[in-house]
Design a protein around this ligand. Structure first.
Ligand SMILES: [Zn+2]
Length: 375
């Protein structure tokens, strides 16, 4: 009994109470992070593709960071190009930009984490660009708990097809999005988006901004597309409303000015997780302006086709194609749209996107609509 209690106490102290990341440093293939207190915070680890880089993300729940934590840039290094750390909604995320074919191992000790990077052997660097990595989290000393996961970055490979399309499942990780009828938006969005990505892979290079349940900052999502020179960006969401009778499907394209109050409200709701990214750097605005005009027509056209396809399929109410200032679309250099499939809090909407068959059909009509414009 005592042992169980002790274990519970240790567990609670590791998970419940927050800690502050004091410093992150890099030296010769080792990224080391030091926390202020002697606690053990196990991060969620995942890898996502950003241009030529693979980014290892370590998300530490219930944490904040000291303002002195530096951004580390080391372009000539063998293993990394940079490491930067952000604080968002009560968690700290360390982004390690890995050079191609670098393998990582994460070890967590009390008050410290260490990422050890190693170059992969030439033998496994064949013409397939698939890179397998492993992440290990282990506790120090005599604690035997070890978690090991194998990850393939197969979902984010750029192939040699003509067009590259980014599929962005809304929300993820600590950001569950809208909730309704016992479901989280982030889960339904991921399920439909994964099916859409698989559908599109038949004809396109497809990059997913996330392929499992982890958080990606809104501006990083657009950047993933830009760095891959994407031709089109589609973000999948579900809506919510304080009114239980709100229903229907709508598709958005980026507009600097929200088209109407309703569109402004939806954009505000979808943007709110990333208040820290509210300000776009000035230089980005100039660049985006050029793409803004060029892309808006295409975005509107694809948005209309996607909406037609979905309405024909589901019979849900047609709420229209609207322009609004979505953070996730704002930074995109390619035509980009955001789909609100239906309302989470309206079961007759939600029920059209719950079963694998329904999700597959929704993905297929969205895929067909995209094919009309990218062939
Ligand atoms: Zn959403």
């Amino acid at each position: 009994m005592k042992k169980i209690l002790l274990f519970l106490l240790l567990f609670i102290s590791a998970v419940t109470f927050s800690d502050t990341l004091k410093n992150v440093s890099y030296n010769n293939g080792k990224v080391t992070g030091i926390f202020r207190e002697n606690k053990q915070i196990i991060p969620n680890t995942s890898v996502t593709k950003l241009g030529n880089d693979d980014i290892l993300m370590l998300s530490f729940p219930d944490s904040d960071m000291a303002s002195s934590v530096p951004a580390l840039i080391n372009k000539n290094d063998q293993y990394i190009s940079k490491v930067y750390t952000v604080q968002n909604n009560g968690m700290v995320v360390v982004y390690v930009y890995l050079k191609p074919s670098v393998t990582y191992q994460v070890v967590v000790r009390n008050g410290e984490f260490q990422v050890t990077l190693t170059g992969e052997q030439a033998a496994s660097r064949n013409n397939s660009s698939q890179t397998s990595r492993y992440a290990t989290q282990e506790q120090s000393d005599n604690n035997a708990q070890t978690a090991q996961t194998q990850r393939q970055s197969g979902s984010s490979i750029r192939g040699n097809k003509k067009y590259t399309i980014v599929v962005d499942p809304g929300h993820g990780g600590h950001d569950s999005g809208a909730r309704g009828n016992g479901y989280n938006e982030k889960d339904i969005a991921l399920q439909v988006a994964t099916r859409l990505a698989n559908n599109l892979r038949r004809d396109y290079n497809v990059i997913m901004t996330r392929d499992s349940d982890f958080f990606v900052p809104l501006d990083t999502r657009a950047k993933i597309g830009n760095d891959a020179n994407a031709d089109f960006f589609i973000s999948i969401h579900l809506n919510s409303s304080s009114s239980s009778s709100a229903n229907g499907t709508e598709v958005y394209y980026f507009n600097k000015k929200d088209q109407n109050n309703y569109a402004a409200q939806v954009a505000k709701l979808e943007n709110k997780v990333d208040s820290s990214y509210g300000d776009t750097p000035f230089s980005d605005f100039i660049l985006n302006d050029i793409f803004y005009k060029k892309n808006q027509k295409t975005s509107q056209a694809v948005a209309g086709a996607v909406l037609d396809g979905l309405i024909n399929l589901t019979g849900l109410r047609r709420r229209g194609v609207l322009g609004a200032n979505f953070a996730v679309l704002r930074g995109s250099n390619s035509p980009s749209i955001l789909v609100e499939l239906g309302f989470m809090n309206n079961y007759s909407d939600l029920s059209k996107f719950l079963s694998p068959d329904d999700q597959e059909r929704a993905a297929a009509v969205i895929g067909d609509a995209i094919r009309k414009y990218f062939k």
